[in-house]
Design a protein around this ligand. Structure first.
Ligand code: UDX
Ligand code: UDX
Length: 470
């Protein structure tokens, strides 16, 4: 039977909240700390605050029991053996990660620490952060025998974060002290020894008793770099396939076939080869920029990362050009937009390419009716409804009387629209799909002009003669 450890998680955002309920699910006692009192009260009352699969179930299992929510970091520090820092590490103006929240948390821990604690970096941070945390603690008068700093990066994808946490590909623990490493091993023991996967009420996923996740022990700095390098590599894979998709468009080839052919090579693998409108979200854009900036500061030329960013920025502009190529002039055109979140199955709109494209089209003089199953409310807070922007309650309302329909987020339900109904709703049956959710042949059979990413433009048979020349 694995040991129950007392854990504090500081930050109850997309990362911290998921970590807190998942640690409770693994049998630990968790105090989740946030300095936003409204959030704490909402969580205590059972509001999940974010759209995340399995979060409501786990929160109702453990709320105010094995997971308690508080603003009191000092009390949590004294009560817990391990303190996970999961506060935001936003991008600063120079591209570096802004670590001021991490520093504030370290200073507050320093003021209340009264026995040995392991301080765990869960937020994505640059390679030298563990040293800075140690220095901040020592500057505030804490003897180094009272703490260790370890790095335990998260690899959670929003939307599937709970299952990713409990069924990880790997657990990375960067610890320079055996004592701290041993505590982290105990924390993850229910996963690594397979115990969790014997439970009948466990969250389903691909790990099992016979195939539990591996735990990789590294130095603290290596773990910090693993996180940045992994995200930058995935972003690079996406930019690579986006550049290939542009080549496919120029050559009239099909990027889906090309990606399939590449992905069958096990050295390349099929994942993260979906072309689209560029990556977004709270991690890839900021982590690529931060990794580039760290390399710069250390005198290492990593200009490959600048190219990754350049391709990503161009991909959004290319999409707007594609809309123009289908509609001729943009000014005065009425567009339906499906999707505002940075990807499907989340309400997160941070760095959403969909919203950037909406802004560009509004600036070109289009009017837009937008629908998103979960992210409209958040979008409306930063982009209020106006004479040219309406938020509607379903996909067909977005399409109603529009000159074209744009698909900007890969929500599964957007791939299952009733094509007959959609065709009738639109003023002109034109669909411009930034996520390749439909088979071009099926679209032309339903009478659509269908433009997607990296695949030949498809026109209904009767329209072939009138297809614009490139
Ligand atoms: C963030 C980072 O964006 C990501 O890179 C990192 O890996 C983990 O932290 P996320 O959980 O999505 O990810 O951030 P966010 O939803 O902004 O949550 C951060 C939480 O920390 C907020 O609830 C905020 O109120 C809280 N916070 C922030 C504190 O409790 N104390 C602080 O000093 C600052
Ligand atoms: C990512 C990492 O996957 C995760 O390991 C890390 O901990 C946090 O950052 P997340 O941002 O939640 O997770 O989403 P992810 O599924 O990785 O997608 C990121 C962006 O890339 C989205 O905008 C998505 O639409 C885009 N994407 C993803 C593509 O354009 N093509 C792909 O093939 C995959």
């Amino acid at each position: 039977m694995s040991k129950s450890i007392s854990i504090a998680v500081v930050g109850s955002g997309y990362v911290g909240l998921v970590a807190a309920v998942c640690f409770a699910e693994m049998g630990h006692e968790v105090i989740c700390v946030d300095n936003d009192e409204r959030k704490v009260v909402a969580l205590q009352g059972g509001d999940t605050l974010i759209h995340e699969h399995y979060l409501p179930e786990l929160l109702s299992r453990y709320r105010n029991g094995r997971v308690r929510f508080t603003t009191d970091l000092a009390d949590a520090t004294r009560k817990c053996a391990a303190i996970f820092i999961a506060v935001g590490t936003p991008q600063s103006e120079t591209g570096d990660a802004d670590l001021s929240y991490v520093e504030a948390v370290a200073c507050e821990i320093a003021r209340s620490i009264d026995s040995y604690k392991v301080i765990v970096e869960k937020s994505t941070v640059p390679v030298y952060t563990n040293e800075w945390i140690s220095r901040a603690m020592e500057r505030n008068g804490v003897d180094h025998s009272l703490f260790d700093v370890v790095s335990n990066p998260e690899f959670l994808r929003e939307g599937t974060a709970v299952a990713d946490f409990l069924h990880p590909d790997r657990i990375v623990v960067g610890a320079d002290s055996e004592r701290a490493g041993a505590i982290l091993k105990d924390i993850y023991a229910p996963l690594t020894n397979g115990e969790y996967y014997q439970r009948a009420d466990g969250i389903p996923g691909f790990c099992s008793v016979s195939e539990p996740p591996p735990l990789l022990m590294t130095s603290t700095k290596s773990a910090e770099i693993i996180k940045h390098a992994s995200n930058a590599f995935l972003a690079m894979k996406i930019s690579f396939i986006n550049a290939v998709s542009n080549l496919c468009e120029a050559a009239n080839a099909n990027v889906e076939q090309v990606a399939k052919g590449m992905g069958l090579d096990t050295r390349i693998g099929p994942k993260f080869l979906r072309p689209g409108i560029g990556y977004g979200g709270s991690c890839f854009p900021k982590d690529v920029a931060a990794f580039r900036s760290v390399a710069d500061q250390m005198g290492v030329d990593f200009s490959l990362l600048s190219e990754v960013e350049k391709i990503n920025a161009q991909q959004k502009k290319r999409f707007v050009s594609k809309v123009r190529s289908a509609l001729w002039n943009l000014r005065g055109k009425k567009l339906g937009v499906l999707g505002l979140a940075f990807k499907g199955e989340t309400d997160d709109i941070r760095e959403s390419p969909a919203i950037e494209i909406v802004k560009m089209l509004l600036a070109e003089g289009c009017s837009i009716s937008a629908f998103d199953p979960a992210a409209a409310k958040r979008t409306e807070q930063i982009l209020p409804a106006s004479a040219t922007l309406r938020y509607v309650d379903e996909a067909y309302d977005a399409a109603a009387d529009a000159d074209a329909l744009l698909i900007l987020t890969d929500w599964p339900e957007f791939a299952e629209l009733d094509l007959k109904r959609l065709n009738q709703a639109l003023r002109y049956p034109i669909v411009i799909d930034g996520r390749n959710l439909y088979d071009p042949h099926a679209m032309t059979e339903h009478g659509f002009t269908y433009l997607s990413v990296g695949r030949p433009a498809a026109y209904p048979v009767r329209d072939l003669a009138s297809a614009p020349s490139r």
